[in-house]
Design a protein around this ligand. Structure first.
Ligand code: MRU
Length: 385
């Protein structure tokens, strides 16, 4: 993606590294949209902390950061014991998105059979491959989603054909959540670049406001018309014919097509179903957990700090402190808060899954056909690479 004319990815190898070892560059997403700042990660500890504190976030991006984190760990100590400790440390940072474990397992499988002195280089190659594949998957998802959007636009009554396609999205599943392109936003970028008029309703996405802060920011950089709405506005807009489609990402997709995404996604799916609005979920294959079938029972839901609910972060306005980023308290000091970060939308509420391999019904049969995995729990180990 471009920022002020310069192409950026969300994660990169710093050309000069540090102290003869590699270092990883990332965009600090905790400061957007007010400050565009990059950070350098020099150790596995720093990579783990960047994931935990959401300097980097979004299922695919935390996977790639985890992979590079293992590389940093192995550059410091390539032993079996260090590999095991780093794997557990990184894997424990965020529990819901399966991409993290998937990427860590890929790197571990590549390096474990090697002699220690070859491990760091192999981890670097594997992490880079995961990053490149992520970009390719996002772009492919964009292409498949663009076709769907073109069909939706063409199916509108003649009097509405000149209007933009109104698409609602929740959280941030754009290029900031991946290495580039994004998942749910990739079709929007493809549509915008292809000249299909699109307007995006951006759910603010309390409590961390990934929609208001990140999605709005990246859509703005790309020149895509958009409007930020409070999380509770979507149902009202759907009732009044203001939403042509909902599209969201996924942090974990079961083999049966249940999807787990940012808290509040389920309510959007319910409203979409009640109003006959198509509800699409865009995801790369790295988000599918072939080992589970029942999203509600089997996906661990991350509970984040209550302070994300009781405080809000923003930029101060007014002469004295203009520009400074500050946290302010929202709730009475004595009130408890609870902060589940994700929810599960059952497959029955999903119109279709948009993957890098094409569009499919949200079902075990559909996913199995697309990925060449037998629709049988016993074969769950046969996960495509
Ligand atoms: O808590 P976050 O910001 O990491 O949550 C991100 C999301 O919920 C995204 O929608 C999801 O990771 C899919 S991104 C391609």
């Amino acid at each position: 993606m471009n920022i002020d004319g310069k192409p950026w990815r969300t994660i990169w190898l710093e050309p000069d590294g540090h102290a003869g070892l590699d270092a990883i560059g990332v965009i600090d997403q905790t400061l957007l949209p007010h400050q565009f700042t990059t950070r350098t990660l020099r150790s596995c500890d720093e990579a783990a902390e960047a994931i935990r504190s959401m300097v980097v976030r979004g299922a695919p991006l935390i996977g790639v950061t985890g992979a590079y984190g293992l590389m940093l760990a192995l550059q410091a100590d390539p032993s079996d014991a260090a590999l095991a400790v780093a794997f557990e440390q990184l894997n424990a940072t965020r529990p819901t998105a399966i991409n993290l474990r998937w990427a860590l397992e890929r790197v571990r499988a590549r390096v474990q059979p090697l002699p220690p002195e070859q491990r760091a280089e192999a981890a670097k190659a594997e992490a880079a491959a995961i990053a490149e594949e992520d970009v390719a998957m996002g772009e492919a998802i964009g292409g498949h989603g663009l076709q769907l959007f073109q069909e939706l636009a063409a199916a509108r009554p003649p009097e509405r054909r000149g209007e933009p396609l109104n698409v609602l999205t929740h959280c941030n599943a754009g290029w900031l959540a991946t290495v580039d392109w994004g998942t749910a936003l990739a079709p929007i970028y493809k549509a915008h670049r292809a000249g299909l008029k699109v307007h995006v309703w951006v759910d603010e996405t309390r409590p961390r406001n990934q929609g208001a802060s990140l999605t709005a920011w990246e859509l703005g950089r790309e020149g895509v018309p958009h409007t930020v709405i409070v999380d509770n506005a979507g149902g009202h807009l759907m009732q009044h014919g203001e939403v042509d489609a909902v599209i969201v990402g996924s942090d974990r997709t079961t083999r049966s097509g249940d999807v787990c995404n940012k808290i509040g996604t389920y309510l959007k799916a319910l409203a979409a179903r009640d109003n006959g609005v198509p509800f699409y979920v865009a995801l790369p294959g790295s988000t599918i957990d072939w080992a589970i079938s029942d999203g509600l029972a089997e996906i661990p839901i991350e509970a984040r700090s209550a302070e994300e609910v009781t405080y809000i972060q923003g930029q101060l306005v007014g002469a004295a402190s203009a520009g400074a980023i500050a946290r302010v308290r929202l709730t009475p000091e004595a009130s408890d808060a609870f902060n589940p970060a994700f929810d599960v939308t059952p497959a029955r509420l999903v119109t279709a899954l948009i993957t890098e391999r094409g569009v499919t019904p949200a079902s075990e049969e559909g996913l199995s056909r697309l990925y060449g995995v037998a629709a049988d729990p016993a074969s769950a180990a046969a996960v495509p690479g």
